[in-house]
Design a protein around this ligand. Structure first.
Ligand SMILES: Nc1ncnc2c1ncn2[C@@H]1O[C@H](COP(=O)(O)OP(=O)(O)O)[C@@H](O)[C@H]1O
Ligand SMILES: [Mg+2]
Length: 268
């Protein structure tokens, strides 16, 4: 069965999209079959994987709002071999209002994923919007695992309380959701801020893993403009190497966690 992993943080700019894209590429490089789902109305992941939004007939917007639509019909090929995508569309911004009238609006993505035949995929990776809204809650209800990309920034730790409050509230709808851990991104190896953040995370969240860090690099910003992954655009860069490590880490972390690991303690 495909593992469904969401890259989730309501703060913008924490490299959710960059991480979804490059972890997808890293897992595909390891021979895995990956489906990425873009749940951000800004559609950055969709554009970064080489898809022309203007020519799309169906997107994740249609998937969420049309219960008869099969997920398979929304899947697009991407510029990354082994990675396919359910694209986003700017229309998705309206989905929040439109879902207000839908019964069980928080479960729509989960229902569509459950109804779909995902047997040809090893991984489903979900890119999240920089918000805590009905789209994010749909992600939390549909995902099996959560990875929290986090950048060294004074606000990064402050947003975690609301993030985990939301996660804990959603547990009622998705009791098996597992918070895997933090993915430190944009880490400058000699920065005091980064070292302090990593120490604080290890201290405050002893039950959560710290995944391999991704270094700060302008290459990160460039590859999206190239409409492909850093693993292809700059295969020998430090960022590509880091995302390969993250991919390997996630594959090794495939065992189900002990039950008590699912409880997130809050001391932030
Ligand atoms: N390792 C990195 N080093 C430097 N810049 C990065 C790195 N990873 C991502 N970025 C840049 O940071 C910005 C935010 O990344 P993005 O993936 O769009 O974040 P999010 O999806 O969380 O909003 C983008 O301009 C991106 O190119
Ligand atoms: Mg994004």
């Amino acid at each position: 069965m495909a593992r469904i992993i969401a890259f989730f943080n309501q703060k913008g700019g924490t490299a959710k999209t960059t991480s979804t894209l490059n972890v997808a590429a890293a897992l595909a490089e390891r021979g895995r079959s990956v489906l990425a789902i873009d749940l951000d109305p800004q559609a950055s992941l969709t554009m970064a994987t080489g898809i022309d939004i203007a020519s799309l007939e169906l997107s994740v917007y249609d998937l969420l709002l049309d219960e008869s639509l099969d997920l398979g019909r929304t899947i697009q090929p991407t510029t990354i071999p082994g990675v396919r995508l359910v694209p986003s569309h700017p229309d998705l911004a309206a989905a929040e209002l439109e879902l207000l009238n839908v019964l069980e609006r928080e479960r729509q993505l989960a229902y569509r994923l459950t109804a779909a035949d995902l047997s040809r995929f090893d991984y489903v990776l979900i890119d999240s919007p920089p918000a805590l809204n009905v789209l994010s809650v749909n992600i939390l209800v549909a995902a099996g695992e959560l990875v929290i990309p986090i950048e060294p920034h004074p606000l990064s730790l402050m947003v975690l309380r609301r993030l985990f409050d939301t996660v804990n509230r959603v547990r009622r709808l998705n009791p098996s959701l597992r918070v895997v851990g933090f993915l430190p991104t944009k880490v400058h190896h000699s920065s005091r801020l980064a070292a302090d953040m990593l120490a604080t995370l290890a201290d405050e969240f002893p039950d959560l893993a710290l995944l391999p860090s991704v270094p700060l690099s302008v290459k990160g910003a460039e590859s999206a403009a190239e409409r492909t992954s850093i693993l292809q655009y700059m295969p020998r860069s430090a960022v590509a190497a880091a995302y390969r490590e993250v991919g390997a880490w996630l594959e090794a972390a495939s065992l189900p966690p002990a039950l008590d690991r699912d409880r997130v303690s809050l001391h932030v």
